[in-house]
Design a protein around this ligand. Structure first.
Ligand code: NAD
Length: 252
C-alpha cells in the first residue's frame, strides 16, 4: 500500500533495514526531501511498518526484495528505482571459543546479511540503471568505522563484511560512472540505535563516549543527513568517496 504523496518527477529510493535506527532516519529524511521511499524490514519482531519484507539471511531474498520493490514502484505509477541505500545489517558476536561450526555459521550469516545481500541488490540496481536509458542511479552503502579500524575480538566477521562493502562500493564507482551510476559509502562510528543500545547501561554508554573526542555517539539523524546528501546532492565527481562519521574517534 502506498500512501505517499510525492511529485511524480521525484526520485524513488529503496532503503533496506528502514524499520528502525539509521535506516528509519534515512527513510524519514529522504521523505522530507520529497523522495518516494520504499521501506524494508526483516519481517520478524517489532520492527514497525515496512512496505517490503525480506529476511536477507536467505540467499533468495535479495532478488525477491528487488522484484517486490519494482512491483511497488509500478503500482505507484512510477517506472524506476533511482536510489538504493544498503543499510540493513546486524552486529552479532562470534567469540573465538565457539565450536568450529558455530563460528563458521556466524561468519556466513554476518557476511550474507551485511555484504552478500547488499552485493546482490547492488548488482540488480546496476543492471536496472544500465537498462534505464542512461538515466543512471545512486548507490549509498552504510558500512562502518570497523572497515578501517577493525572491531572487537567477537566481531572479526563484522569488520571483514564492512571492509568488503567499502571495496564493493569503490569498484562500482570506478566501473559504472560512465553509465551515470554513482556510489558513495558512509562509515559511522558508534550510533545511538538498538544495535548499540541493546543491553547497554549508563556505564557502557560512558565507556563508549570516553573513546570519542566529540564526547558522544552519533545520532541516527546525523548519519541520515550524510546518506541523504550522497543520495541527492553529492557532486558526481565525488563518486567512490567514503565518508567517516565517528566524532574523530578514528581519523585517517
Ligand atoms: P538496527 O539494529 O537498529 O537496525 C538494523 C536494520 O537492519 C533493521 O531495520 C533490521 O530489520 C535490518 N536487518 C537486520 N537483520 C536483517 C535481516 N536478516 N534481514 C533483513 N533486514 C535485517 O541497527 P542500526 O544501528 O540502525 O544499523 C544500520 C546500519 O548501520 C547497519 O548496517 C550497521 O552495521 C551500520 N552501523 C551501525 C553502527 C551503530 O553504532 N549503530 C555503527 C556503524 C555502522
Amino acid at each position: 500500500m502506498d500512501d505517499q504523496e510525492t511529485n511524480p518527477a521525484a526520485p524513488t529510493a529503496l532503503v533496506t533495514g528502514s524499520t528502525r535506527g539509521i535506516g528509519k532516519a534515512i527513510a524519514d529524511m529522504l521523505r522530507q526531501r520529497g523522495v518516494h521511499v520504499l521501506t524494508h524490514g526483516s519481517g520478524d519482531g517489532p520492527t514497525g511498518r515496512a512496505q517490503l519484507s525480506a529476511d536477507l539471511d536467505d540467499p533468495a531474498a535479495p532478488a525477491q526484495l528487488w522484484a517486490d520493490a519494482l512491483a511497488a514502484v509500478r503500482a505507484a505509477g512510477r517506472t524506476r528505482i533511482d536510489i538504493l541505500i544498503n543499510n540493513a545489517g546486524l552486529f552479532d558476536a562470534a567469540p573465538i571459543d565457539l565450536s568450529d561450526i558455530a563460528w563458521l555459521d556466524a561468519w556466513d550469516r554476518t557476511l550474507r546479511i551485511n555484504l552478500s545481500s547488499a552485493a546482490q541488490l547492488s548488482r540488480l540496481a546496476v543492471r536496472h540503471w544500465q537498462e534505464g536509458g542512461n538515466a543512471g542511479g545512486r548507490l549509498v552503502n552504510i558500512a562502518s568505522r570497523a572497515a578501517y579500524r577493525g572491531d572487537s575480538p567477537d566481531h572479526w566477521h563484522y569488520a571483514a563484511a564492512k571492509s568488503g562493502l567499502v571495496a564493493m562500493g569503490k569498484t562500482i564507482a570506478r566501473h559504472y560512472a560512465g553509465d551515470g551510476i554513482l556510489a558513495y559509502t558512509v562509515c559511522p562510528g558508534f550510533v545511538d540505535t538498538a544495535m548499540v543500545g541493546d543491553g547497554a547501561n549508563a556505564s557502557d554508554a560512558a565507556d563508549l563516549a570516553r573513546d570519542i573526542p566529540l564526547g558522544r555517539v552519533a545520532r541516527p539523524e546525523e548519519i541520515a543527513r550524510i546518506a541523504a546528501f550522497c543520495a541527492l546532492d553529492a557532486p558526481e565527481s565525488m563518486t567512490g568517496a567514503v565518508i567517516d562519521a565517528n566524532g574523530a574517534s578514528f581519523v585517517r
